[in-house]
Write a protein that binds this ligand. Structure first.
Ligand SMILES: CC(C)(COP(=O)(O)OP(=O)(O)OC[C@H]1O[C@@H](n2cnc3c(N)ncnc32)[C@H](O)[C@@H]1OP(=O)(O)O)[C@@H](O)C(=O)NCCC(=O)NCCS
Length: 88
């Protein structure tokens, strides 16, 4: 927007599916439709690539993103992702 990056998504492609790795918009412009636009675009991209499904991980308490994903037809699988850590 006016030369400034105000949102992005990063996704990876597998044989039959796509995975959304990151989706974010700048806090002061949230709620204006950009997240939905980015999500719609990446889903459209995977539809054109004939993928069967799209996956995404989000935090259990990230209700804003869950609201958005639900609107686009995502449902919870029930799987919980393990988080690994290495002390530095
Ligand atoms: C999730 C995120 C990408 C949504 O981006 P956005 O630009 O706000 O998206 P939209 O404007 O399309 O809004 C999505 C929905 O969330 C709602 N929403 C946005 N900000 C909100 C807030 N602070 N509180 C409650 N609802 C909110 C919008 O009203 C909209 O609802 P609708 O689908 O019923 O219209 C953005 O909140 C974000 O960057 N969050 C931090 C990073 C993150 O959590 N990424 C997703 C995890 S992978």
């Amino acid at each position: 927007m006016n030369g400034r990056v105000v949102g992005y998504q990063l996704a990876t492609e597998y044989k039959d599916s796509g995975h959304i790795v990151r989706l974010a918009t700048v806090p002061e412009l949230q709620g204006m439709g950009m997240g939905g636009m980015l999500l719609g675009e990446v889903i459209e991209f995977f539809l054109k690539r004939k993928k069967d499904e799209v996956t995404v991980n989000t935090q259990a308490d990230n209700y804003t993103s869950q609201h958005l994903y639900r609107r686009f037809g995502f449902t919870q699988t029930g799987h919980e992702s393990a988080v690994w850590v290495a002390a530095l």
